[in-house]
Design a protein around this ligand. Structure first.
Ligand code: SAM
Ligand code: ZN
Length: 287
């Protein structure tokens, strides 16, 4: 239910709690000080206060490519594995999950299918959230910047998932309850190696794991890691979508990409290599 996660939300302006109302033609979140946020036609709420991080937003074409690729289920085993890692922390009476950088919402969708929970999907891209809000109508989908204070109360969520998206360690630690889990998915060296060069995709730096641990230091302790390798058989359209949906989608030459896609066999074998890292928040010193 949409309302299940609303109790975890804070007004991004005054940090009071928010209440959900049915408004004409949609729903509205309001705080006691009168700040209000109307749901967009597609169902998401815009909580950006100020300008948000200056970053190159994913284009509609990149989001469409990600939606098509993920909808075909190529990465479903990854989504299911993330759900299993989340499950132990979602056993309480009113569990809540926050998917930071939710994109098109596919990973959150798989998680909610496996483990019922209140859910918040957060992303800075409206294009992505339009899709996510349709896929996960029972989640609260928020346009919000992960580098700003999150519109979420302290210790209000049981699990934070971050799949190929930016990580704000201090904010994730603040919103997680003690004993909650942060689950981070990153690519490992060799991910999509068979097509990465040809399709102009960016390589994976070998030191990514150390960088991840370093970026969470002081806020999280490592709990466990799990690796997952998928051997994919991809059609030319899938390869095009993979190339477009990642960060390289910003600067790929469309003509060169079409040239490559035209030369591909009906099925290209590609290995996807993922790492799922689970962290637990460090005890905060009591005030
Ligand atoms: C590579 S995509 C991954 C999306 C989704 N988790 C998935 O794996 O399909 C990275 C996502 O992070 C979002 N993002 C980038 N910077 C952000 C920020 N500052 N705050 C919130 N989301 C951000 C992007 O809009 C994008 O949807
Ligand atoms: Zn307010």
């Amino acid at each position: 239910m949409l309302s299940d996660a609303v109790r975890s939300l804070l007004c991004p302006v005054c940090r009071n709690s928010l209440t959900l109302f049915a408004a004409s033609g949609g729903s509205r979140l309001t705080c006691p000080q009168g700040h209000s946020f109307d749901a967009a036609r597609q169902g998401y709420f815009n909580m950006l206060v100020g300008k948000g991080t200056v970053f190159e937003a994913d284009t509609a074409a990149m989001v469409a490519a990600r939606f098509d690729f993920l909808s075909k289920g190529h990465y479903r085993p990854l989504a299911e594995a993330v759900a299993e890692l989340a499950r132990p922390a979602l056993r309480g009476p009113q569990p809540t999950v926050l998917d930071a950088g939710t994109g098109t919402g596919h990973y959150l969708h798989a998680l909610l299918a496996a483990v019922p929970a209140g859910a918040i999907g957060l992303d800075i891209s409206k294009f992505a959230l339009r899709r996510a809000a349709r896929l996960n109508p029972d989640a609260v989908n928020l346009v919000s910047d992960v580098w700003q204070p999150l519109p979420v109360a302290d210790a209000a969520v049981d699990v934070v998932t971050v799949v190929f998206a930016p990580r704000n360690a201090a904010e994730f630690a603040r919103v997680l309850r003690p004993g909650g889990r942060l689950i981070v998915v990153t690519p490992r060296p060799g991910h999509l190696a068979e097509i990465a060069d040809q399709a102009g995709m960016l390589g994976i730096e070998p030191a990514k794991e150390e960088r991840l641990a370093g970026s969470l230091e002081g806020h999280f302790a490592a709990h466990s890691t799990r690796e997952l390798d998928l051997e994919l058989g991809l059609g030319p359209d899938d390869v095009r979508n993979l190339a477009l949906m990642g960060p390289a989608g910003h600067h790929l030459d469309p003509a060169a990409l079409e040239g490559l896609v035209g030369t591909l066999p009906p099925v290209t074998k590609v290995s996807a290599r993922f790492r799922m890292s689970v962290f637990v928040p460090l005890q905060r010193p009591s005030a």
